[in-house]
Design a protein around this ligand. Structure first.
Ligand code: PLP
Length: 377
């Protein structure tokens, strides 16, 4: 059998090892160090923001952002339903209550009209959510201007979960840089990886200073160990930051590679009955981190699960799209605004192998196998 094709495996190829050697030569085998400092400043320059803090994961970054904004026990936080569970879990870490918002058909991300509907409803009882966690899914920005506008009008803090959207553009600027804070992830399957890690970015220097403090056990100034606040062990290792610097150097290439993979799939598969590819609104340029499409079983003669099975039988990894939070056992008692769009995107959605190291022959093989589900060779 041919070797396995993964969904989105790590793709090294920049100067990762060179920077790791720098880290070894300086003997900073530590959770801070010069590679971390450089990774932060290079990352901030790349996305076009003033300050950044490298942390152990995207989830940790989100937790720190929510805490800085003052989210606490009993607060509500509005969050995209169609996302990976980490977006919502960080809200629970603070003891707050997620309220989920459905997606729109244009971007597959948070529907601004439904967010506004929630705010109007809450304004009547004078208890607005403390924050909004806006997710940019699968490399595609949400309609940030509209959502930020609504948040401004109601004076609700906005946090962007751009874990999947590094390298994307919204009206020419990087998603993750529009809100009070933005977060990114360098987990193994993301567009660039440090094996595990995350970044929190902001134009607010005080925010970044504070989250770095919390991320290093909240140690006060002084000779001995003095602690007046609760902290965490959330900093990024200097070695992993070295990998991140190498990866940052090939980000542009990776985005173009991902977009090319998407276009190749689209050309080969979009004519199949019942198939619809993830759209791309005019206001943004997606990275197409994962190629996603929906298969309507009513008019395709096949379905999403069958395609996944055929691929798996041929040692090819594909996945259903994210199962929405309002359908998760952990969150299905939480309030949901709308829900039908995310539900359908999950029931019919599939992510095809989108690794930038995948050869043209391998992608051809995936395409041929998918077409067999429609009875075409
Ligand atoms: C990956 C991911 C996260 C969490 O990032 P980690 O680095 O894995 O903790 C958060 N939100 C979304 C949408 C993600 O895809």
């Amino acid at each position: 059998m041919s070797s396995r094709i993964f969904l989105s495996p790590p793709h090294m190829g920049g100067r990762e090892l060179e920077f790791i050697h720098e880290a070894f030569d300086s003997n900073y085998i530590a959770p801070v160090g010069p590679q971390v400092d450089k990774f932060e400043s290079e990352f901030a320059a790349m996305v076009g923001i003033k300050h950044a803090a490298a942390v152990a994961s995207g989830t940790a970054a989100l937790h720190l952002a929510l805490r800085y904004i003052g989210v606490q026990s009993g607060d509500e936080v509005a969050c995209s339903s169609f996302t990976f569970v980490a977006s919502a879990n960080a809200i629970l870490y603070q003891g707050a209550v997620p309220v989920f918002i459905d997606s729109d058909e244009e971007s597959w991300n948070m529907d601004p009209n439904l967010l506004e509907q929630l705010f109007e409803k809450r304004a009547r009882t004078k208890k607005l959510p403390k924050a909004v966690v806006l997710v940019h899914l699968y490399g595609q920005p949400a309609d940030i201007d509209r959502i930020a506008g609504i948040c401004n009008r109601y004076q609700v803090a906005l946090i962007e979960d751009a874990a999947e959207a590094l390298g994307a553009e919204y009206k020419g600027k990087a998603p993750g840089t529009f809100a009070k804070a933005g977060i990114f992830s360098f987990n193994g399957n993301k567009i660039i990886t440090t094996s595990g890690g995350g970044m929190i970015v902001s134009d607010d220097e005080a925010l970044i200073r504070k989250v770095k403090f919390w991320a290093t056990q909240a140690r006060d100034q002084g000779l001995h160990y003095e602690h007046s606040e609760l902290g965490y062990n959330y900093r990024m290792s200097n070695i992993l930051a070295a990998i991140g610097r190498g990866q940052l150097g090939v980000l542009r290439e990776r985005v173009e590679g991902k977009r090319k993979i998407f276009e190749t799939y689209k050309k080969a598969l979009s004519q199949l009955p019942g198939v619809a590819f993830m759209p791309e609104p005019d206001f943004c340029r997606s990275t197409r981190w994962l190629t996603c499409l929906t298969i309507d079983p009513e008019c395709s003669g096949t379905d999403r699960d069958r395609v996944i099975k055929v691929l798996e039988d041929n040692n090819i990894e594909s996945r259903p799209t994210w199962k929405p939070m309002h359908q998760q056992p952990l969150y299905n008692r939480n309030e949901m605004i709308g829900g039908a769009v995310a539900k359908r995107l999950f029931e019919q959605g599939i992510c095809l192998p989108s690794g930038t190291s995948m050869s043209d022959e391998d992608q051809d093989r995936v395409i041929r196998l998918v077409r067999t589900c429609w009875g075409m060779g």
